[in-house]
Design a protein around this ligand. Sequence first.
Ligand code: SF4
Ligand code: SF4
Length: 205
Amino acid sequence: MIEAALQFQPTEARTFLQEVAARSGQNLAACYQCRRCAAGCAVGDETGFVTPNRLIRMVMLGDRDQALSNELVWRCVSCYTCGERCPNDIQTARITETLKKMAKEEHVPALQPKVAHFHDAFLESGVRWGRVNEMEFMGAYEMKNAFLEARRFRFGAIMSEIRQQMRLGLAMLRLKRMHMGFLKSGGRAEIQALRRKSQAARAAR
Ligand code: SF4
Ligand code: SF4
C-alpha cells in the first residue's frame, strides 16, 4: 500500500482548521504528534495509514479532500480510547464525527455507505421522537441498505441481510432489549428546535 502524500493548502489551512475546531470543540492545534492516540486506536488495522494524529495533521495542513474522505472518518467507532490516551485531551472521535457531517454537507461520497445509512437513520429517528425507537431506526437503516444493494443488483445480499437482522431482532426481543412500540421523549421539541437552529446557522455560512 502506498501512502498518499498530504497536501499543504496555505489558503485553506487556517479556515478549515478553525471550522473543524469550532464544530468539534477540540483544540487540534495542541497536537504535537506524539502518536499515543494512534497506538491505541480500536480500528487501526482497518484504516490504512490514517491514524488519529495523521487525521489531525491533514486538517492542520488544510488538506480538505483527504480529511473528508478517508477510512478513519467512516470506521471510527467513537470508543474515545484515543482521547483517554491523549496528553492534550484531544477527542478525535469528535473530530471524525464533525468531518463525517461536513462530508455529508459537501456531498462527498461516503467510503462506507452502510455507516452513512446508520448515521442518518439514527439521527432521523432521534430528532423525530426525541429518542431512538429500535424498530423504526433499524427498518429505515435496512431500507437504505436494500436500495443500495438493489442498485448494484445484489439481491442475494439483501436476503442474507434480512435473515441476519431477523435473527438478531428475535434474539433482542427474547432478551427484552428491543421495544416494538414508538416511545417519545418529552424533550423532543427542544431537539427539533436545536436542529432547526443548526440548519439555519449552516445555511447562513
Ligand atoms: S495523543 Fe494527542 S497530542 Fe499525541 S498525537 Fe494524538 S492527538 Fe496529538
Ligand atoms: S475514538 Fe475513533 S479514532 Fe479514537 S481510538 Fe476509537 S476508533 Fe480510533
